[in-house]
Design a protein around this ligand. Structure first.
Ligand code: MN
Length: 286
């Protein structure tokens, strides 16, 4: 069964870090999450005032942060001593686990900065695992050129379409995420099999698309579209090129208690996270 568009969440203008302007769709409120996805922010600006102040040192506990740069250059530094250069087309996949303290700072004073930060929840049994970090440069992200006019970058999981299967660098996580960046030529379409009970959404960042069989339903840019259950995803472009990211994953179906950058299952675990952070325990070896 082909998935349809169940709910549309418009990206809401907000700011985070030291004043970085962004659009938040998934996670713009507690009722706008899509288990296991907690939050999606899009940042996109040619104006350095919108991004230059960056994200100075801050903590995370209990989930993963995935930063995908379309354009620009940011530097990640964390308490474990990792330094990562995040450049156009690259991905940083950080597992905060029991705790990470890091900064994400622009390394450009002009030009376009554009990309996404996605938060993916961890299951209760993995929330306190040691922090981990991966830098994935643009040339490590495979690109599938599909015969029906779609060009797909495969960050996590695998694209499967018309006999082609291309797997991305991120595999084997508990939430089994699919993370694709798709460019659709005018008049083309993209289909992708997906486990019927996985939660899935797309976020359009250029143009607009039709979601579902037949005429489908329109999803415009700067909007997230949450998909109904089903084993097939079908997305078609109109008369103009369209670009979107597509995410799917295994829902955790566990309680969520969030306090800013701490996402746990119980209130007591949030209280513990605050105490641990104040006592400097995030920066200690596991
Ligand atoms: Mn962060």
């Amino acid at each position: 069964m082909t998935r349809t568009l169940l709910r549309i969440i418009e990206g809401m203008a907000t700011s985070d870090g030291a004043g970085v302007r962004l659009r938040r769709s998934i996670g713009r409120g507690p009722d706008a999450r899509l288990d296991p996805f907690l939050m999606l922010d899009e940042f996109s600006s040619e104006n350095p005032d919108d991004y230059i102040s960056g994200f100075p040192a801050h903590p995370h506990r209990g989930f993963e942060t995935v930063t995908y740069m379309l354009d620009g250059h940011m530097r990640h530094e964390d308490h474990m001593g990792n330094v990562g250069e995040l450049r156009s087309g690259g991905v940083q996949w950080m597992t905060a686990g029991r705790g990470v303290i890091h900064s994400e700072m622009p390394q450009q004073e002009s030009g376009r900065m554009r990309g996404f930060q996605l938060w993916i929840n961890l299951p209760a049994k993995e929330k306190m695992k040691p922090a981990g970090y991966r830098d994935i440069q643009a040339d490590q992200i495979p690109v599938a050129e599909l015969s029906n006019g779609a060009r797909v970058k495969v960050i996590a999981g695998a694209v499967e379409s018309g006999g082609t299967r291309v797997a991305g660098p991120i595999q084997g996580l508990s939430t089994d995420p699919l993370y694709l960046d798709v460019v659709l030529a005018p008049g083309s379409e993209f289909t992708q099999p997906v486990k019927a009970d996985y939660h899935a959404f797309l976020y359009v960042y250029e143009g607009s698309v039709q979601v579902g069989d037949g005429e489908g339903r329109t999803l415009k840019s700067q909007h997230a579209g949450i998909l109904s259950p089903g084993d097939t995803i079908r997305i078609a472009a109109g008369t103009e090129e369209a670009r979107f990211i597509l995410l799917a994953g295994r829902p955790l179906r566990e309680p969520i208690v969030q306090y800013g950058p701490f996402v746990m299952n119980k209130v007591e675990e949030i209280e513990q996270a605050i105490v641990d952070y104040q006592q400097g325990k995030f920066a200690e070896p596991a």
